[in-house]
Design a protein around this ligand. Structure first.
Ligand SMILES: [Fe+2]
Ligand SMILES: [Fe+2]
Length: 157
């Protein structure tokens, strides 16, 4: 029989940071291969990014950003900026899907990656820091458990 191991807290901020880490390594992988990729592969890389990035943005908006106090000075503006960038990512991915020129498709994918790197950095610096201050451990764990349940992680059960 396995020894009893206490279940670690699932902090929603750590889980979202983990996804940033995975996405950043995927960005590096795509950037290295991109100069030699034919159009079909560029579009396929875009589709993979789309499914991961959009799932990340939905959980982030619905779980973390929704829980932040929009009435606090500066928070509303920061949340609006991040939501606007999620929409911009969505729009760029849609345009990429329609692209028929390989050089333009590569450029679109690179711009999306650049924008998203900056977006992650702002989230980590401003909103994740703020969330740590205003949401207590219990709330962050409850949100983390919901995040884990949505992703199908075994820790959620
Ligand atoms: Fe985001
Ligand atoms: Fe994020």
């Amino acid at each position: 029989m396995l020894p009893f191991i206490p279940r670690p807290d699932l902090d929603v901020i750590d889980l979202l940071l983990g996804e940033h880490g995975c996405l950043l390594s995927l960005f590096r992988h795509i950037e290295m291969r991109l100069p030699n990729l034919p159009l079909a592969d560029v579009l396929s890389a875009g589709e993979t990014l789309e499914s991961l990035l959009m799932a990340h943005a939905v959980e982030e908006d619905q779980l973390l950003f929704n829980a932040l106090p929009a009435e606090q000075t500066g928070v509303k503006e920061a949340l609006a900026a991040m939501a606007g960038e999620h929409n911009e990512q969505r729009r760029m991915l849609e345009e990429l899907r329609e692209e028929t020129e390989v050089v333009l498709a590569r450029g679109r994918l690179l711009r999306l990656i650049e924008l998203t790197r900056e977006h992650f950095a702002v989230e980590e610096r401003i909103l994740f820091g703020l969330a740590k201050q205003v949401l207590d451990d219990e709330r962050r764990s409850a949100l983390g458990r919901e995040f884990a349940r949505r992703r199908g992680l075994s820790q959620a059960h």
